[in-house]
Design a protein around this ligand. Structure first.
Ligand SMILES: [Zn+2]
Length: 294
């Protein structure tokens, strides 16, 4: 499922190519794609796309008074198609624009994605957005630490909880925990202030680098122009079970936390109930500079 960096990349691509285009017609062929009345899509017709933004894992296309909230879920994606190109069997929504030019197709093989038309002024109160926590790249260190202290549960599960922070999914939760040297099963509220601060820093570092790389391309992820991200080449633990940890050489392990596949290094991310991290220099870490680069 696309997470913050992938959705941000898709939003940036649509900002470049979609903003300013006036929607002439929206053709829907899968009614269940739309939450709320499907006739809401008519409200977008005759309006120009003024902005494209992201909130958590959602895209929001703003078209004057009305906007479209989009969640891609597992396999939803936008792509540009030649005018009149016959929609594929997984294309469920087609945007035609005033004047000549390409059409924007929304395709979703597994059909878990959805859209909802909202008044832009009320978008944040929409059911999909109302319960979301702060943005991981906007929350301050202190607020992050305070929120962690209020959460029961394992830190991995807390990071995935969209009401804690919006936009983090399985890949980046694993990567930021590894970067911070925190075991995924550590109880969130028992992390020391130092370790919680380190997690905040690594969260910003990992997500920032992933956004810069255009996200991670695994499975079918592409942005609307068919471009792939490259951050998958920088994954340190995600999808690397059984291979050596890039920091210490120990085999990366896979386990399941809260029903989600979880990857971690048993040496870099030792399970501890509380207290400071062990002295890293006594581990099989290559050098301190290796760590600081991650
Ligand atoms: Zn390691």
């Amino acid at each position: 499922m696309p997470e913050l960096p992938e959705v941000e990349t898709i939003a940036a691509g649509l900002r470049r190519t979609l903003v300013g285009k006036e929607i002439d017609r929206v053709r829907l062929s899968l009614p269940k794609l739309v939450r709320g009345p499907a006739s809401g899509l008519r409200r977008l017709e005759g309006r120009a796309v003024a902005a494209v933004r992201r909130r958590g894992k959602h895209l929001i296309l703003e078209c004057g008074e009305y906007g479209l909230i989009v969640h891609l879920r597992m396999t939803g994606c936008f792509f540009w198609a030649a005018p009149g190109e016959r929609p594929g069997k997984h294309t469920h929504m087609v945007f035609r624009f005033r004047g000549p030019g390409r059409e924007l197709h929304f395709e979703d093989v597994r059909k878990f994605g959805f859209v909802r038309v909202v008044r832009c002024a009320e978008a944040e109160g929409a059911p999909e957005l109302a319960g979301l926590g702060p943005e991981p790249l906007e929350i301050g260190r202190e607020e992050f630490r305070e929120r962690l202290k209020t959460r029961r549960g394992r830190v991995k599960s807390v990071l995935l909880d969209q009401s804690f922070l919006a936009g983090i999914g399985n890949i980046y939760a694993d990567e930021m925990l590894h970067a911070a040297g925190i075991h995924p099963l550590a109880p969130a509220r028992r992390l020391s202030s130092v370790r919680a601060g380190r997690l905040w820093e690594e969260m910003r570092g990992v997500l920032g680098r992933a956004v810069a790389a255009g996200g991670s391309s695994i499975r079918d992820y592409r942005d609307a122009d068919g471009e792939m991200g490259s951050f998958q080449t920088e994954h340190r633990v995600y999808g690397r079970a059984g291979r050596p940890c890039l920091r210490c050489g120990r085999q990366v392990r896979r386990t399941v936390v809260g029903g989600r596949s979880t990857h971690f290094c048993p040496l870099c991310q030792r399970e501890k109930k509380a207290g400071p991290l062990p002295d890293r220099k006594t581990g099989r870490e290559k050098s301190s500079s290796t760590r600081s680069r991650y």
